[in-house]
Design a protein around this ligand. Structure first.
Ligand code: CDP
Length: 203
């Protein structure tokens, strides 16, 4: 079974995807990490993340880089959002993600375009969202040194960039179930996600 989990920054999609993977004993891929790796290697090479050819030339999916804690930073998230708008970058990451999705037994993938582009035939698709203010508050709780207003502005900018780009924009697939986590605890959101997947499997 392939489960596609998409949604904007800090919506809870990563936590939900990991919990679904554990529940169904499936491998999990955080596809945002791939774009973060491209963004960080572009910046480290002194190249321009807004230039399609320079970003595409920096694609490096070494295990060591994918495990680098710097990839988790807000700066890496912003770089990821800039390189991810280039069709050449998205095309270069396509087979890695599709091979992961197609492994025997299936997989859980989370990102922005899993249900729409990477695995359009996934058995279950969730579109996880939450109000921007709630998402900014979550990020602020993770890193209280950062300024709340700046986090909120970054989330809004990233939403706008991810939703308005022409290559695989962030959007809910027509056959995806919407899960708004604004008023849900993590446990309640995970429970709801499992119930939505179960309902899909039974159909
Ligand atoms: O959870 P958060 O948005 O902070 O980070 P992420 O999921 O690691 O994604 C970082 C950036 O990578 C996003 O803002 C998107 O621009 C891009 N991305 C994408 O375009 N497609 C994906 N499948 C995953 C991430």
């Amino acid at each position: 079974m392939i489960i596609a989990v998409d949604g904007p920054a800090a919506s809870g999609k990563g936590t939900i995807a990991r919990a679904l993977a554990a529940h169904y004993h499936l491998p999990h891929l955080d596809t945002g990490l791939l774009y973060r790796a491209v963004g960080v290697s572009t910046a480290r090479a002194g190249l321009n993340p807004d230039d399609a050819a320079e970003a595409a030339a920096s694609i490096n999916l070494d295990d060591a880089l994918l495990a680098d804690p710097e990839l988790r930073s807000e700066a890496a998230g912003a770089l990821a959002s800039r390189v991810s708008k280039h069709p050449a970058v998205r095309a270069a990451l396509l087979s890695y993600q599709q091979d992961f999705a197609r492994q025997p037994g299936g997989a859980v993938l989370d990102g922005r375009d899993i249900g729409t582009v990477i695995a359009p035939k996934a058995e279950a698709k969730l579109f996880v969202t939450a109000a921007p203010e709630v998402r900014a508050k979550r990020r602020h709780l993770e890193d209280s040194h950062a300024d709340y207003a700046a986090i909120l502005a970054d989330i809004r900018a990233r939403d706008a960039r991810d939703s308005s780009r022409s290559a695989a924009p962030l959007r809910q697939a027509e056959d995806a179930d919407l899960l708004d986590t604004s008023d849900l605890t993590i446990a309640a959101a995970v429970q709801r996600a499992i119930a939505l997947v179960e309902a899909r499997i039974r159909r």
